[in-house]
Ligand binder design. Structure first.
Ligand code: AMP
Length: 189
């Protein structure tokens, strides 16, 4: 099973990916997780990516395409994978098409987790207040930036995959277990 989870930041892609990993026994491939690990380890990639990730912009297509291409070659991706946070631009989607073509495999579905931007911002503000952690306005500012980047650069993927007959939209505002049920139903359709 080869899946893409598409949706704005905070919609629950990571949460659903982890549930699907358990259900289907295939790995989650999160470019965000890989970048955060590189930043924490201060590798050359991490040092290059840190400022970009911190301000909510996208890392270059060349960097993330390289990360994904290398990761897809690993043995554990043979039976399938769940892409979480990649592709985020049309150029990345076209690069992925090329990688999969080279391997002679294809995508099964692109799950679009639909979410309301204003509700996502409110959730982050509430979480910051509850945890008493970082300043809520800092987080809100970066999230709003990321939502803008999503609308500009990633949302065009909805029609890209819809045109290929791969798009399965689900309501990301529903409870977590209901979102999972909707995804599983879409996959087995
Ligand atoms: P995520 O955890 O998927 O929300 O990603 C966190 C951050 O990592 C994003 O805001 C970007 O700065 C960067 N990032 C993750 N995936 C990509 C991607 N496919 N293309 C460009 N930047 C990415």
């Amino acid at each position: 099973m080869r899946l893409i989870l598409l949706g704005p930041p905070g919609a629950g892609k990571g949460t659903q990916a982890k549930i699907l990993v358990e259900a289907y026994g295939i790995p989650q491939l999160s470019t965000g997780d890989i970048l955060r690990a590189a930043i924490a380890a201060k590798t050359p990639l991490g040092v290059e990516a840190k400022a970009i990730v911190d301000r909510g912009d996208l890392v270059s297509d060349a960097i993330v395409n390289g990360i994904v291409s290398e990761r897809l070659d690993a043995e554990d991706c043979k039976p399938g994978f769940i892409l979480d946070g990649f592709p985020r631009t049309i150029a990345q989607a076209e690069a992925l098409d090329g990688m999969l073509k080279d391997k002679g495999v294809s995508l099964d579905a692109v799950i679009e987790i639909k979410a309301d931007a204003d509700i996502l911002v409110q959730r982050v503000i509430n979480r910051a207040k509850e945890s008493g952690g970082a300043r809520a306005d800092d987080n809100e500012e970066v999230l709003r930036k990321r939502l803008g980047v999503y609308a500009d650069q990633t949302a065009p993927l909805v029609s890209y995959y819809s045109d290929k007959g791969l798009l399965c939209p689900v309501d990301g505002m529903a409870p977590v277990n209901e979102v999972t049920t909707a995804i599983k139903a879409a996959i087995t359709k």
